[in-house]
Design a protein around this ligand. Structure first.
Ligand code: NDP
Ligand code: MG
Length: 403
């Protein structure tokens, strides 16, 4: 039996992970066989949903980031006489406890942003396999995570649909030379628009993704195409392929989830309807493929699959991501931190849509000017650099904005 922990259980990936588990355990036999069990759940502050998840999945350990909310949840569980009552923890210590619980063998990292860094590293150090959704950890610390995973003999199983697709295409191809990774992109809600069309777009416009229903941060990242840039860096670390051998191909319907080109010219692709439950299930049960319900591709009604080149002038975030990936060192952290903060500012309606890119560009220029040697940072330096980037935004960027 496999026991797992889910960090970010109340989010888009977290709830879909629980859906997959609910489906697998649906029959009496499967439930009795306890094929997969949820030992720990962690979330930020949504204790309403966490309460429901505790009743259904009976985790032994639960972490709520906010200590006040953790206390509230504890009181509610006690008042309602919920048994067995899980142990409740909070903050980074709680996240790390969930990630390193002795009885688990796999951690689903479905928190959003760099907050996932410490628990992911702690989980790998404790020998746990990682079902990795939280791409920001690889973007900022791929140079630490991948060698550590190798050293500890743990698997990093991609949940991101494109990376799962590449992982599936590479199955059984060990040793065969790869010449190119073809990372597909839907192009997001603003595909076909020019910069001049995007000055006035609202938060609601940017949150309207054509194919995927996801958390707010990644939905905005898809609208700017920064998400694809983060995915280039994620693919670089996961598959050991240089950034200039990773090509982004716009494929608006999200039918082909990504492709691999080999040295003999063969291109292998993975196709399917856009449903995150497939890559989640593949990561949870790898190398087994479990049955999943849902729509199947109908090629007679599909008739064609169209491709486009990405518009790097309008979606400059993708270009900046390539620059960060190629330069390496601390620049991917600065790129990522500037994006995290500016997306939060946009969602808060403090800045406009195109300002997200000017914040990222400004932060990268600031970093490039003040950095002599651009060495690969250790974990503490990454976290310091994250804070310095936030300080630059709060100081220089905001001051210039009000001038
Ligand atoms: P959501 O915003 O939907 O969910 C984020 C989850 O993280 C929530 O459970 C949230 O809890 C939790 N969380 C946030 N802050 C903390 C914290 N400090 N401590 C503990 N838990 C916290 O995000 P998504 O599910 O969309 O994305 C998660 C990750 O997966 C991201 O890195 C994203 O890029 C990646 N990903 C997502 C895809 C998708 O389809 N959604 C596809 C591919 C990758 P609460 O609800 O309480 O705030
Ligand atoms: Mg993706």
């Amino acid at each position: 039996m496999k026991r797992i922990s889910i960090l970010g259980s109340t989010g888009s990936i977290g709830t879909q992970t629980l859906e997959v588990i609910r489906f697998q355990n649906r029959t009496e036999e499967a439930f009795k066989a306890e094929e997969i069990e949820v030992s720990a759940l962690a979330a930020g502050s949504n204790i309403e949903l966490l309460y429901e998840q505790i009743l259904e999945f009976h985790p032994k350990l639960v972490c709520v980031w906010s200590p006040q909310k953790a206390e509230e949840l504890k009181k509610r569980l006690k008042k309602e006489g919920i048994l067995p009552c899980p142990e409740l923890q909070s903050g980074m210590e709680g996240l790390v406890s969930c990630a390193t619980m002795p009885e688990i063998s796999l951690v689903v990292t479905a928190v959003v942003g760099m907050i996932g860094l410490r628990p992911t590293i702690a989980a790998i150090e404790a020998g746990k396999d990682i079902a990795l959704a939280n791409k920001e950890t690889l973007v900022t610390a791929g140079h630490l995570i991948m060698p550590l995973a190798k050293k500890r003999g743990v698997q990093i199983l991609p949940v991101d649909s494109e990376h799962s697709a590449i992982f599936q295409c590479l199955n059984g191809e060990s040793g065969n030379p790869v010449t190119k990774l073809l990372l597909t992109a839907s192009g997001g809600p603003f595909r076909g628009k020019k910069k001049s069309d995007l000055g006035q777009v609202t938060v609601e416009d940017a949150l309207r993704h054509p194919n995927w229903s996801m958390g707010k941060k990644i939905t905005i990242d898809s609208a700017t195409m920064v998400n694809k840039g983060l995915e280039v860096m994620e693919a670089h670390w996961l598959f050991g392929v240089a950034p200039d051998q990773i090509q982004v191909v716009v494929q608006p319907k999200s039918i082909i989830h990504s492709m691999v080109e080999f040295a003999d010219g063969a291109v292998i692709a993975q196709l399917g309807t856009p449903d995150m439950k497939l890559p989640i299930s593949y990561a949870l049960f790898y190398p087994e493929r479990k049955a999943l319900p849902g729509e199947r591709l109908d090629f007679w009604s599909l008739t064609e699959i169209a491709f486009e080149k990405p518009d790097l002038e309008t979606f400059e975030g993708l270009l900046l991501a390539y620059e960060a990936a190629q330069t390496g060192g601390g620049l991917p952290t600065v790129f990522n931190a500037a994006n995290e903060r500016s997306v939060a500012m946009f969602l808060n309606r403090e800045i406009g849509f195109l300002d997200i890119l000017s914040v990222i560009r400004g932060a990268m220029d600031w970093y490039n000017k003040q950095t002599g040697e651009n060495a690969e940072p250790d974990l503490d330096t990454i976290l310091e650099l994250e804070q310095e980037t936030y300080d630059w935004i709060e100081g220089t960027y905001r001051r210039n904005q009000t001038l």
